[in-house]
Write a new protein. Structure first.
Length: 274
């Protein structure tokens, strides 16, 4: 971790984290995508955003990243309105992993990961020793050494997702916003990616992660925010949020009493509505 990154982790960003109050989003057509909600994520915490398809999870993540302007409410990053944070400072503070990142150039995996260092580079300056260290650490942690010279347009969906996660980690941003970071991965790499995000939080960072796998959400996230039709249905510990009645109400699926305790998978038993 570079000196600059250590300063970011020790700054007000760590102390105040990410906060959102009365955040909502409505399309120009008048359709409400996200109803007003509030949340906060501090240092060392991982918040999981869960809910059915179309619940508003990705929209919420984009609002938190400052990529979309909210219809109402405010997002604070380190106690400062995200709208007032410069693009470079925002890029240094937030690592954003989009859901479907398309690659338009045949970059090598190593070159893709190196793009994570751009927010730390002044114009016309090459990579420093600290940059190279961060890049190599991310490649090693994501187990991409064997793929480092491969062109990204030859990778499988899961391999590309891992390379994109490495790019985010190379940026060493205190806050990571990840939209479905395990969607295309096999079970080994699902666990590995969640462990990397957890380790980031254990080092004093924080993360907001969109997940569909409720077992992974319960195992790795400190708190869960459950969305349904753009409305916050529950927010709290996994045990408090993932009750059988609530899962049935929101997902239309019965899980019986098989709740996701440590080491236990949540198994859908049957659909209870079409």
């Amino acid at each position: 971790m570079t000196r600059q990154t250590k300063e970011l982790f020790a700054s007000g960003l760590k102390a105040n984290g990410l906060q959102a109050s009365n955040l909502s989003y409505t399309l120009s057509s008048g359709k409400t995508i996200l109803q007003p909600l509030s949340l906060s994520v501090g240092a060392g915490q991982m918040l999981g955003l869960i809910g059915p398809n179309g619940a508003g999870k990705s929209t919420l993540l984009q609002l938190l990243a400052g990529l979309t302007t909210a219809s109402s409410g405010e997002v604070l990053l380190g106690g400062k309105s995200i709208a007032a944070v410069s693009p470079r400072q925002r890029a240094r503070s937030i690592g954003y992993l989009e859901q479907n990142g398309e690659m338009h150039w045949p970059l090598s995996v190593a070159s893709l990961v190196a793009l994570g260092r751009m927010p730390h580079q002044p114009a016309w300056r090459g990579l420093t020793a600290a940059d190279h260290s961060a890049i190599e650490t991310a490649i090693r942690h994501c187990e991409l050494a064997a793929l480092r010279e491969r062109s990204v347009d030859t990778l499988s969906g899961g391999e590309l997702l891992r390379a994109r996660l490495a790019r985010v980690l190379a940026g060493e941003a205190p806050l990571i916003l990840a939209d479905e970071p395990v969607a295309a991965l096999d079970i080994y790499h699902q666990l590995h990616s969640m462990e990397l995000l957890q380790q980031h939080c254990q080092r004093g960072g924080s993360a907001v992660v969109v997940l569909h796998d409720l077992t992974l959400a319960a195992r790795f996230c400190d708190r869960l925010l459950l969305l349904h039709h753009g409305q916050q249905m529950a927010c709290g510990s996994p045990t408090d949020v993932l009750t059988p009645a609530r899962i049935e109400q929101v997902y239309g699926v019965s899980v019986g009493d098989n709740l996701p305790e440590p080491g236990l998978a949540l198994t859908p038993l049957r659909r209870v509505r079409p």
